[in-house]
Design a protein around this ligand. Structure first.
Ligand SMILES: [Mg+2]
Length: 306
């Protein structure tokens, strides 16, 4: 059946928000852009929370810990959030590895300090996060001794990514019992003024290409991230709204998990893209169509008035 996306307003908005028990929010492009909160977003969330709605934050960004997200929410004036309400791909990857690694197993990490901190918090032994041990020697990875305990390679956002690290990752992955895990596949991170920087997906692709394997992906649109939310808060998918600004991550995950999906136009997606998907006969494209859209989540404010 063709999916149809309509603007969430008036009685429809009041009804949808009255039925919802929980709302999951993507962060970048929905709650804020960089360090600037989306105007009215904090008030909308405060009203939702005052009405007893469970609020959770789901983000593919692996460069911050749960605590850092909770602190950013506080700093930008959003309702106080506990770290356990935040599901970032760093935390969720650590959670996955804490269950998937064999006893005594460790992870080789391409990522930064936040990824290392989340692995520590989950009790996952790891090495590699941060700058390479011998920067400047591109081939260190081809010669360095391997750590025999490594049973997984985890690829996240890594500003110290290098050929040497790629060499090490491949050498670990030549063992068939070594897992390959990626935090997310976002291929670009949009910047102001139409500019962009390469996203973690580029690094995951590089490791997959070298290893000739496909990574297990933790972040949206993978349902693992939603499973993490359910295991923590036992929310009912039929009474949960996923709010996001990206069709191929936020909305696709929400649709795949049976959630109500709401697109905000404050981030990377235009209404024209939604209309093009709606007009398509292709089932994969239909799956990218949200149930509803708003220009901004501040548009929910009238429906949350007493
Ligand atoms: Mg976003």
């Amino acid at each position: 059946m063709a999916r149809r996306c309509r603007r969430l307003e008036g009685e429809v908005a009041r009804g949808a928000l009255a039925r919802a028990e929980a709302l999951l929010f993507d962060c970048d492009g929905v709650l804020w852009r960089g360090e600037a909160a989306v105007p009215g977003a904090a008030e909308a969330l405060a009203r939702l929370e005052a009405r007893g709605r469970r609020l959770c934050y789901v983000t593919n960004n692996s460069s911050r810990t749960r605590e850092a997200y909770a602190e950013k929410l506080r700093r930008l004036g959003f309702p106080a959030a506990a770290p356990r309400q935040v599901f970032g791909s760093a935390h969720c990857a650590a959670r996955y590895l804490s269950r998937a690694l064999p006893p005594g197993g460790a992870a080789y990490v391409l990522g930064g300090a936040a990824l290392g901190a989340e692995l520590d918090a989950a009790g996952v032994p790891h090495l590699g996060a941060g700058p390479a041990p011998a920067p400047g020697h591109a081939l260190f990875g081809a010669r360095a001794p391997l750590e025999p305990a490594v049973r997984a390679v985890l690829v996240g956002y890594d500003e110290h990514f290098s050929y040497g690290k790629l060499c090490l990752a491949l050498r670990y992955l030549l063992r068939e019992d070594c897992l390959l895990l990626g935090t997310n596949r976002d291929h670009r991170l949009p910047l102001e003024g139409g500019s962009a920087v390469p996203g973690t997906g580029c690094l995951v692709k590089a490791v997959e290409t070298a290893a000739e394997r496909e990574a297990v992906i933790i972040g949206k649109p993978s349902r693992y991230m939603f499973d993490c939310v359910v295991s923590e808060f036992n929310i009912d998918p039929a009474r949960t709204i996923m709010v996001g600004d990206r069709l191929d991550t936020d909305i696709l995950m929400g649709n795949n998990c049976g959630l109500t999906t709401l697109l905000t136009l404050t981030g990377v997606t235009t209404l024209k893209e939604v209309e093009d998907h709606m007009a398509s006969d292709c089932p994969e494209r239909q799956n990218l169509v949200p149930d509803y859209y708003v220009d901004s989540i501040a548009d929910l404010l009238p429906a949350l008035q007493d």
